[in-house]
Ligand binder design. Structure first.
Ligand code: NAI
Ligand code: MG
Length: 334
């Protein structure tokens, strides 16, 4: 049966870069059927809400969604759409691979690191948020559960096995955050024992940041809690040329959403200037999830050739071309 994909083109540069990814998926013969759904500003205009019921139903029905960046209006009491989606569909794993290409302005040329970030607990659980009446004190609760830690660490090891990776590093701050990070580390060690075929290491988060900048090649797969994963994955994106190069997948037991990590870039929207690499790589992650890795490899290879040869690349990569020319350069190689 034909695989149906829910597609949220998103706001700002979203429609341009998502169209680019869809053309490439079609070119390699994926034969997907697309159901287009609105979310973000577009949805607010068309349906009066940021995340309409029809969109939620399509995400649930098709199980697999490709999503462009969304604009969440600031200061109008709206909660982040991305956070709502993660909670609603219990997408507990946020998988953020970074891969460097030669000939870009990036600091390193041979980085290949996957950050697996716990997506539902920790400092982002939203629990116990209190600000005292006079505004002089504020509190928030960080919650780690054994079940939550176990499923994310197992997820990281299973991913490592599946993708032939050698090493998993558990990142923590158990020396100070003894209860929460302590539980995470304890569970990480237990899970590590179940995977003797993979090298397991652990590292404290502040040292990890320094090590990532000084000697990033020691890392392979990183698994960590929510807040640390948020920060570390952006640091990793910086090693390979910035957020324009970084995709992310939100994965749960039933549903998965694949997206660009960056925002809707209102400053360049509608100008045909956006680099579609992040969302193309998100669609590569989607193909791997769907066990279509031959097609994923083909797209990754074509993208690499275009970026490394500088053939019709966008301005952020040092080129002079627009989104459509860049896309055509990738299509020409497929
Ligand atoms: P942004 O990521 O949209 O832009 C930051 C800078 O990077 C801008 O100069 C932009 O032109 C550039 N940039 C981003 N993506 C690019 C691409 N593909 N090619 C070339 N240049 C690119 O961050 P900003 O401006 O802080 O946020 C804009 C909007 O996006 C906000 O409404 C924010 O809420 C939303 N946002 C949505 C996210 C999501 O849906 N996953 C994530 C982050 C922000
Ligand atoms: Mg972030």
């Amino acid at each position: 049966t034909q695989q149906r994909i829910t597609v949220i083109k998103g706001d700002g540069i979203g429609p341009d870069i998502v169209d680019s990814a869809l053309q490439i998926l079609d070119k390699v013969g994926c034969n997907f059927a697309y159901d287009f759904a609105d979310a973000g500003l577009m949805a607010l205009e068309n349906h009066g809400e940021l995340l309409p019921q029809e969109t939620l139903e399509l995400i649930e029905k098709n199980k697999v969604t490709l999503k462009g960046p969304l604009t969440t209006p600031v200061g109008e009491g709206f909660t982040s759409i991305n956070v709502s989606l993660r909670k609603r569909f219990q997408m507990y794993a946020n998988v953020r691979p970074v891969l460097s290409f030669k000939g870009t302005k990036a600091r390193y040329e041979d980085i290949d690191i996957i950050t697996v970030r716990e997506n539902t607990e920790g400092m982002y659980s939203g629990l116990g948020q209190v600000v005292s009446e006079d505004g002089s004190e504020a509190e928030a609760m960080s919650k780690i559960t054994r079940a939550g830690a176990e499923r994310i660490v197992k997820f990281a090891y299973e991913l490592a096995r599946r993708e032939g990776r050698k090493k998993v590093t558990a990142v923590h701050k158990a020396n100070i955050l003894k209860s929460t990070s302590g539980l995470f580390l304890k569970v990480a060690r237990e899970v590590a024992n179940q995977y003797p075929d993979i090298e397991s290491t652990e590292m404290i988060v502040d040292n990890t940041c320094m090590q990532l900048v000084m000697n990033p090649h020691q890392f392979d797969v990183i698994v960590t809690t929510n807040l640390f994963g948020d920060i570390i994955s952006d640091l990793c994106a910086g090693l390979v040329g910035g957020l324009g190069m970084a995709p992310g997948a939100n994965i749960g037991n039933d549903c998965a959403i694949f997206e660009a990590v960056h925002g809707s870039a209102p400053d360049i929207a509608g100008k045909n200037l956006a680099n579609p690499t992040s969302v193309i790589l998100a669609s590569v992650q989607m193909l791997e999830y769907l066990e279509m890795s031959d097609k994923a490899d083909a797209i990754r290879k074509a993208l690499k050739e275009v970026i490394e040869s500088g053939d019709r690349t966008t301005r952020d990569l040092g080129g002079e071309h627009g989104t459509t020319d860049f896309t055509q350069a990738v299509l020409d190689r497929l």
